[in-house]
Design a protein around this ligand. Sequence first.
Ligand SMILES: [Zn+2]
Length: 746
Amino acid sequence: MSIARFLLTALLAGLLLVPADSPAQLTALRQRGYSLLPSPQRVELGDTDIALDGSWSIAAGPGCDFAAGWLREKAKEIHRLEFIGVSGGPKIELRIDPGAVKGIDDLGRSKQAYRLAIGSGRIEITGNSSQGLFYGAASLIQLARHAPDGRLIVPAAVITDWPELELRFIHWDTKHHQLRPEAVRRLVDWLALFKINFIGLEIEDKYEFPRHPVICAPGAYTKAEMQEFTRYALDRHIQIVPQVQAPAHFSYVLKHPQFAHLKSDGSNYQACMCDEEAIQLILDIYQDMIDATPGVEYFHASTDEIYYAGICDKCQKIRPYNDINRSQWWVDYVNRVHAWMAERGRKMLCWVEYPLLGQDIHQLPAGLIDAITVPDRAPEWIAEQNKGGIGQIAYTSIQGEELLFPNLFPVEYRGSYSSGRLEESRSIVSRIRARGGRPIGSFCAAWDDSGLHEETFMLGWAAFSAWAWNTREPTVEQATADFMDVYYGRSGSDVVSIYRLVEEGARFFEDGWEEVQSKERGVTYGNSRGKFPYHLTDYLLQPPALPSPESLAVKATFSERYADRIVRAGRMRVQIDRLIDLINRDIGSVERNRYSLEVLLSLAWLERHFINTLVELEAAEKSLAAAGEADKGGKPAEAVANLVEAGNTVSELLEERQWMWKEVVKVWEVSRYPKNRSVGGRDFLWVMDDVKDHFADRRQGLEYMIAPFQRMELEKWHKSLADCIGQYAAKHGVAVQGLEAPRLED
Ligand SMILES: [Zn+2]
């Protein structure tokens, strides 16, 4: 079929297109076996499939060179296809034509539009701008798949596509880790392929901050590196938008003795908001990040969780601390920063929420963008924002404070059913619109508080951004399948099951620990409810009670205390073994992003070690009980043998942990630097936050992931048992045989 006839058919189909509120079970493309995420606005499918091979060539019109180069590069990287055709053969034509896709009312969205016409011997990609062209090329790359006969095919089709929301942000939160530069570029590349066009970079201390270098973590990104990332991303139509935590969440600055005098009320959580030196320091940090990101139009000034705005004595001399004045401090700060950003050509985003009161929204500057518009905002709040010209960005978080893996899919979470973050995110834009909101973008947060790996965020980032591009489709299930096809290829056996099982194991890990009053942290300055001594908790398991050489009788504390978890652990062990089998199989068969599966494998082994800890400590406790019985029955040799067995069970557990942990570190440090490392003789200053208690901040290094195991002090437990065995055996004249000390490296 000729392209002209195709275009005509598409035009007619477009007229007949009926918008629906709920997605079809399958999109037309997926029905035909093709994956494309985000789902395009308008698809007109022909009957045939077109084979792509080396005989094709690329013809790039004016301004199309970057997209042509990128198309070549991705075709080679993802499909092992090189376009080496000569003129006269089949051809991919790239063009920019501002009128290619008409009828989109604002320029920001219109320039992202493209038309992709795939016919026999000829593919036309026409963008309304270089950005639209780039997205057309991304669609072609995603669509290409291998037919059963081995040919690489794309569908004969005309796709006319544009985003419903202009700004599609993902949150790259680097506060508790730092990616290696090659991992940053890889991340940008994959985000671009899913048509994500903004990264909110929560930089914290991972920049050199030329104006105040004391703030930067050793080995933080230099200005040259940040500018190079910025350029690399801009080429791929992604703006890296600095996201700077201030005046609260500011311990990364206030922990340094040089800035101690700028604390509000003595807390390193928040800077004093009426101290001009503190404000100037924050503006310096903003300026450093503006300098680091040339060509970027936005700045996310955060203003997150300023619970205690104006609480200190100094600020209270200006106005007393209460809800109304706290809101006013917030408003004054935002107005000042907004004007300051405007002078520097940056549009300002921030979290427009607590402690702001709805009655003060009218004081905010027009043009400010609220990056945290959520469906449960009061309609009056949204109406006030509309009246004041406050932009709205639909917010979801694909990760909050879950451990190891986010709650993406439906799961039992803390004792009750949770529908999962993907399902909750799918309809957010429509729900905000139903309340009168007019979102201009989306923000998919993935907080680093618990220190999860980026690889566990990719699906959520791609899916939520896809539902901002096209709010109607696809379903959660199809978005997941489309993502897996694009990200891993189609030959993996069952990557969706892998994700679901890792998630289940992570929830078991999280629920399985006991939470006891913290010995590591004591009380904090306060929490979100206000200033008061607040007790934090530590995750751990209480190891079995130890016998004494005088009396071997012990109570079965461990198996009683954790009876339910031990039963569940037995069942989970079967699941996680299956998970490890699946990943091993798929690492051999997926077409790309094997590294991502290595990360999931490292999590599976960590989850399995937790299960084994429950199972094996119960076994050790049984051996201790048997020793007690033998002693009571006057059989000291048998008692010693049982004690030795208990000791060896724990030895093996400790050795397993060491093996598992070495492997986890090896895999994680492929993409990230050692956490809070020393560089060039300079050490990281590790100081806890006076308010926040992030799981990932409980250890200076990556060991936060195994901190609950460390708190059990099983090495000490083993040593005490060995002493007990020695004394008991000597008292009874029995030789100790076969007791192994755990072979652990330092
Ligand atoms: Zn103050």
